[in-house]
Design a protein around this ligand. Sequence first.
Ligand code: HEC
Ligand code: CA
Length: 484
Amino acid sequence: MIPERNSVGGGWLQYALPGMVTAFFFISLAAEGASARNIEKLYAEQCANCHGKDTRGGMASSLFDNVWRYGADDQSVARGIREGYPDQGMEAFKAMFSEAEIRAMVVYLREKSDQYAREGAKYPRPVDHQWVTSREHKFRVEQVAEGLTTPWSVAFLPDGRILVTELPGALRLISGKQVSPPVNGTPRVRARGQGGLLDVALHPHFASNGWIYLAFAHAATNAETANGGMTSVVRGRLKDHQWVDEQAVFRAPEWTYRSTDIHFGSRLVFDRDNHLFFSIGERGTQEHAQDLTRPNGKIHRVLDDGRIPPDNPFADQPGVCRSIWSYGHRNPQGLVWDTVTGQFWGAEHGPRGGDELNWIRKGANYGWPRITYGINYNGTPITERTEMPGMEQPVIHWTPSIALCSLDLYRGDKFPRWKNNLLVTALAQEELRRLVVIRDRVVDQEVLFKGIGRVRDVVAGPDGLIYVVLNKPDRVVRLVPVDN
Ligand code: HEC
Ligand SMILES: [Ca+2]
């Protein structure tokens, strides 16, 4: 049950007085040149008779073999499609394809090339009693807990117990290999589709104040918006297996609630100064990511009790959601602060193609849906634009998608050669990846393991081991070093 809103930060206070529409309010136009033509079908009709259906090619070379005579980068491939190679017998396609369709074709060629490359590649698929020899460290994957239902995230209590959320709504404790019954009295969640109980995090001063934060999908209470839901944040304390002292930290006004069951975000992280950051996906309405009056498609920043920090980028804008820190996000589900370098990283689940790692900066626009490297799931284009002035570029994007989900930064001692690396998780590709980052460049990537379930969350534990939350099959495991 959700008690009466009892914190100063809850609800409407997070908005300035409504009224004026601000200059920041964009309504994004329908993607220019976009049409409903499916790119797979276009390839079959327009390209396959010369370039073939697979890596063998046809009278012209294969476009799925990762060999590019005329340049491997996106621009060169797009230019080839646009202008053709008339001397060699390929006509220009610019009259037949829109720019957005040319972009979609590039994504499609990348997907197919990647699919064929993966079929030939082998990745570590750890099973019990076997270890993985990765580039820098040998490790084995050890079971921590099973018998969970769609576990979503974990947090570590100072006494060694682990808090784990389950999407359908339960918060449980893992001690040793034992999984507790649900904690009583946690908020009722709107458990539908991608929504439910999401992230759990401890206050940086948990040892003295006991605050635990939960992000979850909240169901609308008003009759008009009764079907709606929006990501919400509360904090509370744990006492005798009971959730007590609950306070609302973020609750959006219900006119912003959406009836869809997708794109809720949400990750909770604190910076060095006890600001709480959390993410909300665009809830299935792409244009909302650019609309600063709405909380969806944003990364937010509040004080630990939910009040708005006066130095938030839009704190003074009338009508705007004042907790917004950055916008133009699709479905950001990974956030981490590098407290040493002061960098704030965000992982964003893209459409088909266009998964992004972003360096999140105050007030910045990350572009969705006006710019993206991806296309729609049905193979139709979203936009021809991958960049625009005033919009941030991802540090790196994965096209084709790996179905990026969460991320964490490794600072432990158990895997010394992984220190300062980012770890990212992938759902559809069932991967845990290690990224070596130098300031704003990903200089190396390694798939640490693959194929043991959808990798929902990764957390570097206080013991230096790496905890991984898996779905299908549902369990929590950890990476343990094997001495060489
Ligand atoms: C009438 C035959 C023909 C058709 C149809 C055709 N191409 Fe080509 N294409 C060629 C030839 C010939 C070349 C240059 C030599 C080669 O790559 O074999 C070429 C080259 C290319 C290249 C450069 C390849 C590289 O290695 O850099 C791209 C990209 C390309 N085509 C894309 C397409 C796409 C996309 C379509 C469909 C929309 C298409 N082509 C349709 C014949 C064709
Ligand atoms: Ca972006």
